[in-house]
Design a protein around this ligand. Sequence first.
Ligand SMILES: [Zn+2]
Length: 429
Amino acid sequence: MEPSGQVLEHHTVLVRGGRVDSVVPSARLGNGDAVEVVNRAEHVLIPGLVNAHTHAAMSLLRNIAADLDLDNWLRKRIWPIEARLVDEQFVTDGTELAIAEMLLGGTTCFADMYYYPEVAARVAARSGIRACIGLPVLEQPTAWARDLDEYLARSLDLRDEYRADPLIETLFSIHSPASTSDTGLARLRTLADQLQASVMIHLLESPSERHRVQRKFAMGPLERLQTAGLVTDLLIAVHCVQASAAEIETLAAAGSSVVHCPASNLRLASGIAPVTEMRLAGINVALGSDGAASNDSLDLLGEARLAALLATGISGNAAALTPHAALEMATLAGARALGLAERTGSLLPGKWADIACLKLSGPQVVPHHDVATAVIHSAGRAAVTDTWVAGRPLVTGGRLTRIDAVELISRARRWHPTILATLDTIAGQ
Ligand SMILES: [Zn+2]
């Protein structure tokens, strides 16, 4: 990734104190003072994947999209079921399930947006994965907070709690430009400016969002954020499926990042984001899975392949998103979007050793004449054998090292009858 487009053959990554020390030709290595040597002779090491937008706990709601578009999916399925089921246990089990799936697929860092962020932070910290936990800026009462003041107070407490943690970061998150009042946006802007904290928001996801914001506020969704002073280099705009040429220019001029979630956008019939135009305008475009309830998996390599195929297919330019560029979206661009590019996203000396390892010897990947193409278009997440975060092995030989997969799967399965019963209740109303 740095320098861009490089493949080093027969090299070794030296890790010291959890960080990349150097990347050297294996032939030049002596026995030296290595405490541990991990030999992966038929493999490729890539920077750990960065899932720049998900709702981890929604992995328990996998497969319930029921072929609904975004608005109906939210109103008829997601919001009613969340109101009935989401509690600390739901977030604990769902987040851990998501982390297990992501680690097994080579993801070493994810940005989360959900209720009970302190629970997600705790589960992430315990698992060893790197996480950017969204602090919800809401105004309607939930079990977590009564009003905007309490949401912000609790969010700031949680931010302070993890300030010194090398793995857990926080950012502010709002659902959409229509969901927050002018006062809420103004308070958020002040905090984001003072703390230099990122703000993540679903933006320009569907045509109906534009109509709704236009009707309610007499301006477009991006214009509303701009008026509130939130369109800056701290903005992480998720989706941007409906972004016009002028809106792309605005986001580019501000230095905002975009998170492209191709599978979720296709699944909910929202459309296809103009990724080629955004990248040409100089926007940092990262990749996200979105939640498993609209995907239905958390497979960043799969998203990278889909992003590459969509970009080339709709632009008529076979070089619109090369395998290297797709891999950069799935790694370094995600780290940049989350403000973590100094720490992760590439195997540069000094960064944390967040690494995924893929075995390139199966029938689906041999002979591989181009490694980046093999990683993006042939291998897939099934080829991931190892995942390290800050040098710690969290997946070894295709198995989770810290999470008891058997226990976790049985815990997740126990939600099935409750979720089905809740869906029945909702359908009957
Ligand atoms: Zn989302």
